[in-house]
Design a protein around this ligand. Structure first.
Ligand code: ZN
Length: 321
């Protein structure tokens, strides 16, 4: 029997299908942009087509399992998408069943940030670390945690929504409706908004004055900081301060050994991690403890749908053995 796993990542900007092995090696991948009005039937049709085409690309006619990761609230036990913010009309949708029927193997579903946390546990820096937090910094901020060696799920499967921790009680309105969430300030969209709010500083900056407002994102800000732009430096420093506040809040609650940071903003590399480590250590004040802050796996997003079934199989084996 094939030990290949078929993985799907249904995200806000693209949908990917990957074939990987149990060791976390990606054999083949196909992607298509996410269509907001796709609907249930066509989404499944598209996933089935992509599944067959990625299997063909990998030269494998069969797979042993399917892992689906979804950007939204899911009931992983029942394989149901509960809330879908990116693709309309998918609420309360049993997404695993049609795929499991088509490919003739079991399919499992997980939220994407939770899956990325699992991927770090199975293949990344979280191996052999029983207490760690994973934070994904991208357009939004999400995450997950392992506490005493177990994935923290919560009563409603909603644990780990670290981006919606309020760090500025009268701050900007967040997508969730509250004010001053970490995501609304230090997420990609929040960073871009903070730039746009400082029109005069944007005008004074040689670099920023040349780009269109809708082209300013976290990447541009870090890039311009590297080039020595004072305004970008300020925005980055502010972002790092708020991230540090958020991270120290999390550390004070969960007391992890390790904080793993993934997502597009983590691509800033040293520009982010060096000052962030310093800011976190300073923000601890008298609650100082040694916590490592490391970068997540570079291919974490591709591996995540593979890691989920591998992790669950490991749990079952442990329970029966
Ligand atoms: Zn929020």
């Amino acid at each position: 029997m094939s030990r290949y796993i078929l993985g799907f990542d249904v995200g806000g900007t693209k949908i990917s299908a990957v074939i990987g092995d149990e060791g976390g090696n990606i054999i083949a991948k196909v992607s298509r942009p996410t269509v907001r009005h796709l609907g249930k039937k066509r989404l499944i049709q598209q996933m089935i087509e992509m599944g067959h085409s990625v299997m063909e690309k990998a030269g494998s006619a069969d797979v042993s399992k399917i892992g689906i990761i979804f950007a939204g609230l899911v009931d992983s036990e029942k394989g149901i998408v509960k809330v879908s913010p990116n693709i309309l009309g998918l609420n309360n949708f049993a997404i695993t069943r049609p795929l499991s029927d088509e490919f003739g193997v079991e399919a499992v579903l997980e939220n994407d940030a939770t899956a990325a946390t699992i991927a770090e546990r199975v293949y990344g820096s979280g191996r052999n670390v029983d207490n760690f937090v994973y934070l994904t910094l991208s357009t939004g901020i999400g995450g997950g945690a392992f506490v005493n060696g177990r994935l923290m799920r919560g009563a409603h499967g909603m644990a780990g929504e670290m981006g919606h921790m309020v760090i500025m009680s009268n701050g900007p309105v967040c997508g969730c409706g509250r004010r001053g969430c970490l995501e609304a300030i230090a997420g990609g969209r929040g960073i871009a908004r903070r730039v746009a709010e400082n029109i005069s500083a944007v005008r004074d900056s040689e670099l920023f004055s040349k780009v269109k407002p809708n082209e300013i994102d976290a990447r541009t800000v870090f890039e311009y900081k590297k080039k020595g732009d004072m305004f970008a430096q300020l925005i980055v420093e502010e972002t790092i301060y708020y991230l540090a506040v958020g991270i120290v809040n999390i550390v004070n609650i969960l007391d992890p050994e390790l904080v793993i940071i993934g997502g597009g903003i983590a691509n800033a590399g040293r520009e982010l991690f060096q000052p962030l480590r310093a800011a976190v250590n300073q923000e601890f004040k008298s609650m100082y403890r040694q916590v490592k802050i490391v970068r997540g796996m570079k291919n974490g997003h591709d591996i995540a749908p593979i890691a989920v079934p591998v992790y669950l199989e490991g749990l079952e084996a442990k329970a029966s053995g």
